[in-house]
Design a protein around this ligand. Structure first.
Ligand code: G3P
Length: 235
């Protein structure tokens, strides 16, 4: 039985609505890249439309300025859009300057944050020090991007979970999953949340499936496709 919460990561309104109504996810995350890919033209109108249909589950919207003063003002604004909103703050700006002072300031204002684009344990620790157990917050570590570099993210995620449990009580989110196995890895290493794409959500029903049966179904797929294609070999 999985303890971990599943959040849908995306910005397609129909998919978000289906995930909400299907009850398969407990929350949602977005980011500017996903919104652009989904063809969103007006950031605030999109966010408000999403919040109309999803008023009662955590959902993150990210600031997108690059100077900390404008990020601060965007965060205050985004925070007013709904009770269930978490403001996503990238751990640095594009110059690699730390957003920790900004995070500290926003926590002081009582704003629920999702600190994002984290890839190192040092970043987790610096964030952990300024978040408060009194204010709900999420720490998003891009485990899939860590794995993309050839590093196993599991030891880092395990250490991050222990770190956050002791100090800030922030929820640890395994971001950028690459395969269904990551859901089980994230659960086992103490993550509170994992974001999942639609493909991953669909495959969760395969849990515990008999491998002999899966092998037979795979062969059936080859057979059916060869027939449908009308392949012939003279023999
Ligand atoms: O929310 C984070 C996620 O969308 C990033 O995924 O696959 O670009 O690393 P990816």
């Amino acid at each position: 039985m999985l303890k971990i919460k599943l959040f849908a990561d995306g910005a397609n309104l129909d998919d978000m609505l289906a995930a909400y109504q299907g009850g398969v996810v407990q929350g949602f995350t977005t980011n500017p890249t996903l919104m652009r890919r989904a063809g969103v033209m007006d950031y605030e109108s999109f966010a408000r439309e999403v919040l109309e249909i999803i008023p009662d589950r955590p959902i993150s919207f990210e600031v997108f300025a690059d100077d900390f003063e404008t990020m601060y003002r965007q965060a205050l604004q985004i925070n007013t859009w709904g009770e269930n909103v978490y403001v996503k703050i990238p751990i640095t700006n594009t110059k690699g300057e730390s957003a920790v002072p900004l995070i500290k300031r926003l926590v002081g204002d009582g704003i629920k944050l999702n600190v994002t684009a984290i890839l190192t344990l040092e970043q987790v620790q610096a964030t952990n020090r300024v978040l408060s157990p009194m204010i709900p917050s999420v720490v998003s570590v891009f485990a899939g991007r860590i794995a993309d570099t050839g590093i196993d993210p599991v030891p880092l995620m395990t250490a991050a979970a222990q770190m956050l449990r002791i100090e800030s009580k922030a929820e640890l989110l395994w971001a950028s999953p690459r395969e269904v196995l990551n859901v089980y890895q994230a659960d086992a290493c103490g993550c509170d949340i994992i974001t999942a794409t639609n493909d991953i959500l669909k495959k969760l029903s395969m849990f515990g499936k008999d491998l002999d049966e899966l092998s037979r179904e795979t062969v059936q797929m080859f057979y059916d496709d060869a027939r449908k294609a009308g392949f012939q070999i003279e023999c």
